[in-house]
Write a protein that binds this ligand. Structure first.
Ligand SMILES: *Cc1c(COP(=O)(O)O)cnc(C)c1O
Length: 450
């Protein structure tokens, strides 16, 4: 019998203590934070599942490579290594480093989009949408209908609705669509993957119309592993081969190295278009930095070069996807409603299903996030009425898993805390706002229980 237990494919060399608190201590901490977990100092959190962005643990190889960082302003050795590592996987002609994903988006959309344009995506991430709208263009989400149904277990819920894309091109005209984007995995859609077959169908349609296809590649390695597990014909293919096959379908990509770059900061922008790359590099010089460092230190470029390679290791991806699914499956087995199937980087709890007695206007997602902190010092984030206002289609609580940071026993602890809150769910009450900023209010809002 093959051994079935999935273990962390690393041993721990450096430890960072986390701080235990009692419920008596957490109550005043939450009150001082006005019941908004963004306002709790990180030192007062035991398990921090606020985001998987920039929170990865780096490897010995990454730390060692950082000592080799060449901090030359122009043409540094570290850039040469970074560029080679990116090209090896992504295969695009031009590689422009940036300080993080949204900087790549700004360069790309400033050069390609103008007022009145339309940019389709499976689901735009919030910074992607904001950068498109900042250019006066319209960001359109075209995920398949299954992707909008939390209980549907479709294997590739991140897929784009190809027919809807064809209709959109017909309706607005090719001239108004400067590019199509495909986000892998679909972060805002629950961390759900996109299949190679779907990416190919989207690419064929784009190229028939002469429209460039760009990938938002933040979680490309997790997406490649889902393809290996779920798409017919890919079981014997390596994640790296799958990633290469997918990127060969496109004309470029934007990337946040804070996700599947396994780095704490960084990103890049790729394209095969010479004239566009020149424009982007000129714009980068204006605000990011010289195109061989793009706002990063040489040591950051080194850490990303190694991180991209490690993110594609099968042992790592097996542990990564299993550990997210482990959390989701264990709480779901006890009846906790979650977005199915578990995504790559996070579990999303359906707070309206968890707390049906709390109407959306009383912020069920915020109430649940507060209870997770009170019960066990866990920080998760509401994605619902506080974040999006009355238009929120769902009230979700996202538990994002930082890469290589927490072990199986941390996940067991998180499961136990969630199930304790689940047992006493009927006694949980909602909240009301006492302060809100005019935009992006979720970051700074004050709330009080009612
Ligand atoms: C995080 C993210 C971005 C933006 O990257 P930053 O590094 O946070 O600026 C863009 N798209 C997706 C899908 C993301 O998850």
């Amino acid at each position: 019998m093959p051994i079935r237990t999935v273990i962390e494919p690393f041993k721990i060399k450096t430890v960072e203590p986390i701080r235990w608190t009692t419920r008596e201590e957490r109550e005043p901490i939450l009150a001082r934070a006005h019941h908004n977990v963004f306002l709790i100092p990180a030192d007062e959190i035991l398990i921090d599942l606020l985001t998987d962005s920039g929170t990865a643990a780096m490897s010995t190889r990454q730390w060692a490579s950082m000592m080799e960082g060449d901090e030359s302003y122009a043409g540094s050795r570290s850039f040469v290594r970074f560029e080679a590592a990116v090209r090896d996987i992504f295969g695009y002609k031009h590689v422009i480093p940036t300080h993080q994903g949204r900087a790549s988006e700004r360069l790309l959309f400033t050069c390609l989009c103008k007022k009145g344009d339309v940019v389709p995506n499976n689901t735009h991430f919030d910074t992607t949408r904001a950068n498109i709208e900042y250019q006066g263009a319209e960001a359109v989400d075209l995920v398949i209908p299954e992707g909008k149904d939390p209980g549907n277990r479709h294997p590739f819920k991140g897929n784009m609705d190809v027919e809807a894309l064809a209709h959109l091109i017909e309706r607005v005209g090719r001239e108004r669509i400067p590019l199509v984007m495909l986000t892998v995995t679909n972060n805002s859609g629950g961390g759900q993957p996109v299949s190679i077959a779907n990416a190919r169908a989207v690419a064929d349609l784009c190229h028939r119309h002469g429209i460039p296809l760009y990938f938002d590649a933040c979680r490309f390695a997790e997406n490649a592993y889902f393809i290996k597990l779920r798409e017919p014909g890919y079981a014997g293919t390596t994640p790296k081969e799958i990633a290469r096959e997918m990127f060969a379908l496109g004309d470029g990509c934007t990337m946040s190295a804070k996700k599947d770059g396994l780095a704490n900061i960084g990103g890049f922008l790729c394209t095969n278009d010479d004239a566009l790359a020149q424009q982007e590099e000129n714009l980068s010089i204006l605000t990011e930095g010289y195109p061989t460092y793009g706002g990063l230190a040489g040591r950051d470029l080194e850490a990303i070069a190694v991180g991209l390679d490690e993110a594609l290791e099968e042992d790592y991806l097996h542990y990564r996807i299993s550990s997210t699914a482990y959390l989701g499956n264990h709480i779901s087995a006890e009846g906790v409603p979650i977005v199915q199937p578990p995504g790559g980087h996070a579990i999303y709890i359906d707070a309206r299903g968890f707390l049906p007695q709390i109407p959306p206007a009383r912020f069920p997602g915020v109430a649940l996030a507060c209870e997770l902190f009170l019960e066990g010092g866990i920080r998760a984030v509401e994605i619902g009425t506080l974040m999006f206002g009355a238009h929120a289609a769902m009230d979700l609580v996202r538990l994002a898993i930082p890469r290589r940071v927490y072990t199986q026993s941390h996940m067991d602890y998180v499961v136990e805390v969630i199930l304790e809150v689940w047992k006493r769910r009927e006694r949980i009450r909602g909240l009301e706002l006492t302060y809100e900023a005019p935009f992006l209010r979720h970051f700074t809002a004050h709330l009080t229980p009612v």
